[in-house]
Design a protein around this ligand. Sequence first.
Ligand SMILES: *[C@@H]1O[C@H](CO)[C@@H](O)[C@H](O)[C@H]1NC(C)=O
Ligand SMILES: *[C@@H]1O[C@H](CO)[C@@H](O)[C@H](O)[C@H]1NC(C)=O
Length: 207
Amino acid sequence: MVRPTAWLLGGLLGLMWVIPVLMTPTTIAQCTSLKTLETKLTDRRRNMRHNFPINYTIRVHFEEVFKLSNISRLRVRVVDLEEGDLQDVWLLVNQEVLKRILRVLPEKHPSYKYTADLEDLFRKVQQVFPPQSDEKEPPERIEDIYNRVKEPDSKGWRFVTPKSLLDNCYRTMHCLFKNCFPSEDGEQDYCSTPHWRKGRKRQLQET
Ligand SMILES: *[C@@H]1O[C@H](CO)[C@@H](O)[C@H](O)[C@H]1NC(C)=O
Ligand SMILES: *[C@@H]1O[C@H](CO)[C@@H](O)[C@H](O)[C@H]1NC(C)=O
């Protein structure tokens, strides 16, 4: 009677594979789409700075400036906050940011295609993140952000360079999806601003 044992073993082995997958907060499909986006974003300096006039800024809602400091503030102040809430905010805010950048670009601008491609990649990321709103209402503070981002007549405007908006996008992505960006030098503190200052110095030396 080898069969039942084999089945049992097979079943157990199967479970051992399934459990870690269920337990990881981000799935493989999510990481794949985020990594494609990350690769594209590494080209942001050329597309969002060099192709624009010096110090060129665009007008965005206060809420569209979503930085590492916003994440740490929300984590401290909002009870019941889930990682998924922050990830949803990240998705929404950055899609709005890309719309705003596209709005100021004529189709023949050298950064138009780059920005449109980023928008497409965001749509692909969105597809592998099922909306969680059906099961649970997000905390009020998060709802407020959604509402204000969607509010066309908002009075809270800021002027920011497109490059700094995409820097925010890149850094907060690493902070919120750190499982997808493992590093060879061990655990990286992507959520801390000093981590990126170091990175910046390295980059400047290389260029
Ligand atoms: C751009 O901004 C920097 C920092 O605010 C300033 O030092 C520089 O003079 C500005 N350049 C131009 C051309 O406005
Ligand atoms: C991030 O913080 C700034 C203030 O530093 C605020 O204006 C903005 O609304 C915040 N963004 C979000 C999405 O909460």
